[in-house]
Design a protein. Structure first.
Length: 256
């Protein structure tokens, strides 16, 4: 049985970065699987949302691998004596998937961002990884399950486009929880091998959004860097101190 913990009811794989990469390699090499594997990257905000929304929690728990993108989740696991080995970010895993695609010939499709962002990201990825096959891209502004229009013709066109591209890897950057909702709704309709909900990764790869400096990433403080850049994010990030207080003082089962 695979080693998992639950943080506020959300399953998280007890896995290192290297272990996650090996698991993804296995997904890509599996010729017997008839449906794509879904990778989710929950942070503290997402776990807190799942606590309030059973549908989101259920979607996350149906994922094939969930990595602890938020440093708060890792700290909570250590405080509660059921430690995750390390933080594994969605961005870092996504970059590693690009490296695998470059080396092994896997095809990658980029879905998300405003019009033109995924196209720009594909050009910059090709510059860095000359052997990579970016087999297609599409912006994230279409009517689909992620915004309450499941089965809409615009969504079906996107699904057809992805399947015709014969992508092995699908980046879904629609933002949480929209990307998880979209993946869960359309998983059975897609022919790729692995899909990952990776938030703003496409924006960062395009250069439209700046990656937090290394010192912030090393300390798990990207959220603070983004807050300094965009103070309006405070409304979203107010859940972070609430989560800390829950971990320290709540009698509720936070980690199991």
């Amino acid at each position: 049985m695979e080693d998992l913990i639950k943080v506020l009811g959300v399953k998280i794989n007890k896995i290192t970065f290297d272990g996650a990469v090996e698991k993804i390699k296995g997904f890509l090499e599996d010729k017997d699987s008839s449906k794509p594997k879904a990778i989710y990257t929950p942070n503290t905000e997402m776990v807190m949302l799942a606590k309030k929304d059973e549908n989101i929690k259920g979607i996350l728990n149906k994922g094939d691998m969930l990595i602890a993108d938020g440093i708060g989740i890792v700290y909570a696991s250590r405080i509660k004596k059921n430690s995750l080995p390390e933080r594994v970010t969605g961005f870092d895993i996504s970059v590693e998937m690009l490296k695998l695609a470059n080396e092994m010939g896997y095809k990658v499709f980029l879905l998300g961002g405003q019009k033109g962002i995924a196209e720009t990201a594909s050009k910059k990825i090709r510059e860095k990884y000359p052997n990579i096959n970016i087999c297609g891209y599409n912006h994230g502004f279409f009517k689909g399950a992620h915004i309450g229009h499941s089965g809409h013709e615009e969504e079906q066109k996107v699904i057809d486009k992805i399947n015709k591209s014969k992508a092995d890897i699908l980046f879904v950057g629609l933002g949480a929880p929209k990307q998880e909702i979209w993946i869960n709704e359309n998983k059975e309709k897609l022919n790729c091998k692995v899909m990952i909900g990776n938030g703003g990764t496409i924006d960062i790869l395009s250069g439209n959004v700046k990656l937090a400096p290394k010192i912030y990433r090393k300390m798990g403080l990207e959220w603070f860097y983004r807050l300094m850049k965009d103070p309006k994010r405070i409304k979203r990030q107010i859940v972070l101190p609430i989560f800390v207080l829950m971990v320290l003082f709540s009698r509720e089962k936070i980690v199991e």
